[in-house]
Design a binder for this molecule. Structure first.
Ligand SMILES: [Fe+2]
Ligand SMILES: [Fe+2]
Length: 273
């Protein structure tokens, strides 16, 4: 019962199946994808409580079948009734029209500027159900077990109206592209923190807007007890590295900061390829 991150460090699980990250009597969190041999690998997650099933960042259109297959090993896919889309990128949200075919009653949880863009993947904005995430950080989804999913804005990281999700029961931070990593060798849980910092740097220097935006966000999430950071790309950051991860982002120069300094592009490319 409870958080499974420690036991998952062994790597002893089948990636063709959902991987349970947290479970108690009334609340379960699972990794449901994706398995892909690519440095920009995408993670989708399913939070279940009672008859509420929340799919977080379901993934691109080509991820749909494998994510649905893993979801179907836990619940009937028609029972997915919420999708959280932390921003509108195709690797996050391209499969939403497919999920709406499975269950047209799904409520899409997202911010107003993301809501403008998502229907361009090919669904009707007026017949879709929406839960609007406020920039005031007061939007939440109350779950049957008495816990909440709290939606916190993360402006300019990397989309201007991006947000993240905090699970108050599992104490997991679903961070979207923030804390993401580009990895030649993916693993579910970070095992080598020094290497992981470099892999996070590869991602953040280009995708994230500025150190100012990172600092604003880190200050906001610092008061929350966080047992693990679960990003949309790369490995899950376990509790012992959460503070290191916050410190790392708080001090990272990225995005427009680098317009005024020597760009690290050459060293990054030579590291990667
Ligand atoms: Fe993105
Ligand atoms: Fe992404």
């Amino acid at each position: 019962m409870g958080l499974k991150i420690e036991e998952l460090k062994s790597g002893n699980f089948d990636l063709n199946r959902p991987v349970i990250l947290y479970e108690d009597e009334g609340h379960r969190v699972a990794w449901v994808g994706s398995s892909e041999n690519f440095i920009f690998r995408c993670n989708a997650y399913l939070v279940s409580s009672g008859n509420t099933n929340v799919l977080i960042d379901p993934g691109g259109i080509q991820h749909f079948e494998q994510v649905k297959e893993r979801v179907s090993q836990l619940i009937n896919p028609k029972e997915v009734n919420y999708i959280v889309s932390h921003h509108q990128d195709p690797d996050v949200a391209g499969s939403i029209p497919k999920w709406l075919e499975v269950n047209p009653e799904i409520t899409i949880v997202t911010t107003p500027r993301t809501k403008v863009l998502l229907p361009y993947y090919g669904f009707d904005r007026n017949s879709a159900k929406w839960l609007d995430v406020s920039p005031l950080d007061d939007t939440m989804l109350e779950l049957k077990d008495g816990s909440v999913l709290l939606f916190l804005s993360s402006p300019f990281l990397h989309f201007p109206d991006a947000f993240v999700t905090y699970d108050s029961r599992a104490k997991l931070l679903f961070s979207g592209d923030i804390f993401a990593a580009i990895q030649q060798k993916w693993e579910l849980i970070v095992s080598d923190w020094e290497r992981h910092k470099t892999e996070m740097m590869y991602f953040h220097v280009y995708y994230m807007a500025s150190n100012r935006a990172l600092r604003y966000f880190v200050e906001k999430i610092k008061p929350f007890p966080i047992k693990a950071i679960v990003p949309q790309h790369g490995s899950i950051i376990p509790e012992e590295h959460v503070k290191d991860a916050l410190d790392f982002l708080e001090n990272l120069k990225c995005g427009v900061d680098l317009l005024y300094e020597e760009s690290p592009v050459q060293s990054i490319l030579s590291d990667l390829f």
